[in-house]
Design a protein around this ligand. Structure first.
Ligand SMILES: [Zn+2]
Length: 297
């Protein structure tokens, strides 16, 4: 082997080792007694903010408006009717647009978590810090409780500094795990989600600016069948499922109906836990703290 190739392989191996060192999986993870599996129902309350950011046409923006005026209320009602504690990831600016809905989330016992100030993270570090503070303050004032979770690209140093205990963003494992930043510091719990369990992937035109050919509107029953299969597969191994919904997508009556049926089906099995992401995070942090933190394993 040439020296150059040996050097390249060594560099790759070193890069892989550095990345590997940033993740800490919880190999001995277990649920509280009597629980076989947790399902987190989460809703990304984007309304029209993401649509604006992607410069989508007016009808797409109008869809977002439906989410803020109707969809979010239907989801709250659905979760209440099943005694599910859901987590609503909310951009700070939503507090200016739909303050009553944000307040209703916590008033009904659900969790309001951060989803960036305007659904984007500025590259400039100072501006990023300003956005995170603004979002945290707006959510605290409107929801009546300081958020401890986020679904965002914010840097971990800032999140830890602002008192966040988890992010729900990565997909490196099917169960919660810890991530450190590239300096191997600022450890944060990640509660993973997965695009295959995300309503927008199946019920949206041009999602994430995809081309016409990629447009799709799937029948609700077909999607619920796929999610049921994913649920069952996780249930058998004591796994975890994070269902990612959007009020402007799943807030449509036919999809609320389908979700209602899916939840009823999940409830036919014993030991299914529907906590908020905060409850899930606290279970992990208290029972399986990261290496090097207090209460080392
Ligand atoms: Zn979003």
């Amino acid at each position: 082997m040439s020296d150059l190739l040996t050097q390249e392989i060594k560099a790759l191996q070193a890069a892989a080792a550095t990345t590997e060192a940033r993740f800490e999986f919880i190999d001995d993870f277990a649920y509280p007694s009597g629980v076989q599996m947790a399902v987190n129902f989460t809703a990304d309350f984007d309304a029209m903010l993401l649509r604006r950011l992607l410069k989508e046409p007016p009808m797409q923006l109008a869809q977002g408006e439906f989410g803020g005026r109707v969809g979010i209320w239907r989801l709250i009602e659905l979760f209440n009717s099943h005694d599910i504690k859901a987590t609503v990831f909310t951009p700070g600016r939503i507090c200016e647009l739909y303050p009553k809905a944000v307040a209703a989330v916590t008033a009904n016992g659900h969790e309001v978590a951060d989803h960036m100030w305007e659904h984007q993270v500025p590259k400039d570090l100072q501006l990023e810090a300003d956005h995170l503070q603004k979002s945290t303050q707006a959510l605290t004032a409107t929801a009546g409780k300081r958020p401890v979770g986020t679904r965002s690209w914010h840097s971990q140093a800032l999140l830890v500094e602002e008192g966040y205990i988890y992010n729900s963003h990565g997909t490196a494992h099917h169960r919660p795990y810890y991530v450190r930043d590239k300096d191997n510091a600022n450890c944060l719990l990640n509660i993973p989600f997965h695009y295959a369990i995300d309503d927008a992937m199946f019920f949206s035109f041009a999602w994430l600016a995809s081309e016409n050919a990629a447009q799709r509107i799937t029948e609700p029953e077909r999607v619920m069948d796929m999610w049921w299969d994913a649920f069952l597969q996780q249930y058998r191994q004591g796994g975890y499922l994070n269902v990612c919904l959007h009020p402007f997508v799943s807030g449509r009556a036919m999809r609320i109906d389908a979700l209602d049926k899916l939840i009823n089906r999940m409830k036919t099995l014993p030991g299914v836990w529907f906590p908020s992401c905060e409850e899930m995070a606290r279970h992990c942090l208290e029972n399986y703290p990261a290496r090097g933190s207090e209460g080392v394993r």
